[in-house]
Structures are given as structure tokens and as C-alpha cells.
Design a protein around this ligand. Structure first.
Ligand SMILES: *[C@@H]1O[C@H](CO)[C@@H](O)[C@H](O)[C@H]1NC(C)=O
Ligand SMILES: *[C@@H]1O[C@H](CO)[C@@H](O)[C@H](O)[C@H]1NC(C)=O
Ligand SMILES: [Zn+2]
Length: 410
């Protein structure tokens, strides 16, 4: 009776502030590690990678989802920067362009040493947290960017690549992309070809995380079965919540659970609500669903900032992560579950991938068959011995002999 009318609305406001405050309190010690940010692509498009351009200052950069003040406001403590190149570079200058994007990420760390620390190990991410720096890592987006070469794969590893997305929106000669499921592309590798398995084996050996965002469901299943370490989806959401082919269906989420793998939820409105308009609450629905099917240990964040055009109301830029965490707390996620989403799940997968790696093991050497590669820009050094006429005649004689021998036995 003597509780004033204004008490309840005030209580509601205080309660929502409390969730936001709790989110920030958690994020002061466990900041977010985001799985996918396309700022390097923006730096190429806007400034041709000239970081010294007067408008390219990352402290004052406008018109992008990402800049340094927004990252700090969003409690970002780790970022996988995307070294991305579109599919039209396939069979052209894909490798050169990828090297340039990896270089611009390294130069970001060099130019803003008080903010970014380029790292390559899970333990270094924790060190960056302690030093209040943003651990910066490299994810290469698109299997076409290794140009079907295990040598290029290894060289990119040495330059800091710690995940490789097996495809972008195109097949590679060894793996199929999601447009196959949409019916727009033909299945070519039925998931993964034999060479594709060699690529994965080499990624396991090196300690490069296998990223299954953008791949076909058959490729997801083949990779989840083949990899001897957990895998990630660096920027994908839940198919059951929004039936877009870029999202992860429930039977695959079950395999994610079984393999202790990770789905880092994408914020792109089209993947969140299957329309141009979406909300922060709908993103939380994706997190809830993945938690329900695959467990809270399987949930992470991969916003796809600066790689997409439409973002949900409430998650417009990289400063907004605490609001999403507040929503999870409101939905009764525990502190441990929330810390898992923020950083600990990725750290677990990354360190398991590191533990499963083995640099003493012999590297994969067998190259892709020459006939699998298209385009006229390549030379064929090294391949010239294989299709020699002598070897072919030899093989023919051998099979003829075994045929005759076989008939004789009958
Ligand atoms: C970068 O820009 C500043 C002024 O904007 C200039 O003084 C400096 O020489 C430039 N550095 C390089 C390497 O071009
Ligand atoms: C969270 O837990 C409280 C207390 O147990 C309960 O009243 C509330 O309905 C729960 N909210 C959700 C969204 O599950
Ligand atoms: Zn992408």
C-alpha cells in the first residue's frame, strides 16, 4: 500500500542496469574474444591499406563498425582479424592479396602498440588480457586463398594464420561451399576430396583451427568427422532459429557437441532473423538454441563486424557486446556460462588444437593432382615428371601383365 507508484518502474530500470553492470564487471577480467572482424577488408577498400592516411587513424575512424574507442567500450580483449579475399581472386592473385591482408594486420599491431598485440598462441591471449591489450590474431577466410598448395598453407601458418575457413562463397578444388546446399553450385568434392583430407591433416599437425563457416553441410560433417581436434564456426548462427544455409543445422550442432567444438554466433541480420531487421534479443535466441542443443561450452561470438551491411538493433557496432552479455544474464545464464561465451570456450578449443598439433610429425607432401587446378596463369614446375609418357606406358604394361596373370590363374 505505502509502496509508491513509481517504485516498480524504478525497480525495473535498476534491475536492467544491474545486468549491464554485472556484464561489465565480468568483462573487466574476461573480455570478449570475437571470432571474425573484417576491418582489414575495409582498410583495403577505403585506404588501399595505407594506415598512415590521415583519415585511416583507428582512434578516430568513422563510418566503420570498428575503431579503437568502440573496441574499448565493448570490452574486446581478443580479435581474430579476417584476412579475406573474394572468390574472384581464385586462380588469379589470391595468394598475393592474402599476404597483403596479413601484412596490414601486422602493421596495425606495429602502429598501435599501446592497443594491439599480435599473438599466435592461446597463452599469449591471456597475457594480452593481463596487459590490457587487444590480442590480435589472424583468420584466413577462404580455402581458395591457399591456391590448393600445402606449401602455401604452411607458409601462412608461419605468418600467423591460426584459422583457415575452408571455403568462402565458392568451391575450392578440394571442398564444397554452402551455395551447393542452396542449389546454386554443383557439389564437386562430396564434402572433402582426398586432397582436402590432406589439407585438414596438415592443419591438425600445424595447429591451425579448422573453420567451417561458409562450407556445405557435407563438408561440415566430413571435417567434424575427420579432424582429430575440435573445430570452429568463426561466424555462423543457428539454422533452426533462422533457416539460412549459412547457419548451422541441429544435426551438425550435435556433432559440435560430441567433438567439443565451437559455434561463434554471427550478428548479420540476414542470418539472425532471415530479414533485414533484427534485434539483440533475436541474437540471444541463437545463443540459447545452440546452448540447448550443443551445450553452453559450444557457444561463442563472431560478430562479422565490417563484413556485413545490416546489424541488429542494439548491436550496431563493436561497443555493444556488454548489452548482449547483459541479456544472457537476464536469461539466467550463469557467470561460468557467460565467461565461456566471451572467451573461455575459444581458449579451450584453441589450446586443444595446439595440444593436438605435432611439429615433429612428417609434413604432408603429396600435391593436388595437376588436372584439379584451373586457370592459365600457373606454371607447372615439379609436375612435369608425373604425366611423362614413359611412366604411363609402364603403368599400362603393369596392369596388362596383372590382367593376363589373373586370367591365367582362372
Ligand atoms: C605519416 O604521416 C605523417 C603526418 O600525417 C608524416 O609526418 C609521416 O612522415 C608519415 N609517415 C610515413 C611513413 O609516410
Ligand atoms: C530466471 O530465474 C528466475 C528465478 O529462478 C525465474 O523467476 C525466471 O523466470 C528465470 N527467467 C528465465 C528467462 O528463465
Ligand atoms: Zn564470412
Amino acid at each position: 500500500m505505502w509502496i509508491f507508484w513509481w517504485f516498480w518502474p524504478l525497480l525495473a530500470i535498476c534491475a536492467s542496469d544491474t545486468f549491464r553492470n554485472r556484464a561489465e564487471e565480468i568483462m573487466r577480467t574476461t573480455p570478449v574474444i570475437d571470432g571474425h572482424n573484417d576491418l582489414p577488408w575495409q582498410l583495403l577498400k577505403l585506404f588501399n591499406n595505407k594506415l598512415n592516411d590521415s583519415e585511416a587513424n583507428l582512434n578516430t575512424l568513422t563510418g566503420t563498425h570498428t575503431n579503437i574507442p568502440k573496441m574499448k567500450a565493448g570490452y574486446v580483449g581478443g580479435q581474430f582479424w579476417s584476412a579475406y579475399m573474394p572468390c574472384d581472386t581464385q586462380n588469379k592473385d589470391a595468394v598475393k592479396r592474402t599476404l597483403e591482408q596479413m601484412d596490414v594486420i601486422h602493421r596495425m599491431c606495429q602502429l598501435y602498440p599501446e592497443t594491439f598485440l599480435c599473438v599466435t598462441k592461446s597463452s599469449d591471449i591471456l597475457q594480452a588480457f593481463n596487459d590490457k591489450k587487444i590480442a590480435s590474431l589472424i583468420g584466413v577466410e577462404g580455402g581458395h586463398l591457399i591456391d590448393s598448395s600445402l606449401g602455401v598453407l604452411r607458409a601462412l601458418y608461419h605468418l600467423g594464420m591460426r584459422y583457415l575457413t575452408l571455403t568462402h562463397n565458392c568451391n575450392t578444388p578440394w571442398s564444397d561451399n554452402w551455395l551447393v546446399d542452396k542449389g546454386d553450385d554443383e557439389a564437386e568434392s562430396q564434402g572433402l576430396s582426398v586432397f582436402g583430407q590432406r589439407v585438414l591433416k596438415e592443419m591438425n599437425r600445424l595447429g591451425v583451427m579448422i573453420d567451417l563457416s561458409h562450407v556445405s553441410v557435407a563438408t561440415m560433417k566430413a571435417a567434424l568427422q575427420f579432424s582429430k581436434a575440435p573445430v570452429i564456426f568463426s561466424h555462423s548462427s543457428a539454422y533452426t532459429v533462422c533457416p539460412h544455409r549459412r547457419n548451422v543445422p541441429d544435426d551438425v550442432l550435435q556433432l559440435v557437441k560430441n567433438t567439443r567444438s565451437l559455434v561463434m554466433v554471427n550478428f548479420y541480420s540476414e542470418f539472425v532473423s532471415c530479414s533485414k531487421d533484427a534485434t539483440l534479443s533475436q541474437v540471444a535466441d541463437h545463443l540459447d538454441h545452440i546452448k540447448k542443443v550443443a551445450g553452453a561450452e559450444a557457444v561463442g561470438l563472431g560478430g562479422d563486424y565490417d563484413g556485413v551491411t545490416e546489424l541488429p538493433k542494439g548491436l550496431e557496432d563493436v561497443s555493444k557486446y556488454p548489452d548482449l552479455i547483459a541479456e544472457l544474464l537476464r536469461r539466467n545464464w550463469t557467470d561460468t556460462e557467460v565467461k565461456g561465451v566471451l572467451a573461455n570456450n575459444l581458449l579451450r578449443v584453441f589450446s586443444e588444437v595446439e595440444l593436438a598439433s605435432n611439429h615433429m610429425q612428417v609434413p604432408e607432401e603429396e600435391p593436388i593432382p595437376l588436372g584439379k587446378m584451373e586457370g592459365s596463369c600457373r606454371t607447372q614446375y615439379g609436375y612435369s615428371r608425373a604425366p611423362s609418357i614413359h611412366l604411363q606406358i609402364g603403368a599400362l604394361l603393369a596392369s596388362l601383365a596383372s590382367l593376363l596373370f589373373g586370367l591365367h590363374l582362372l
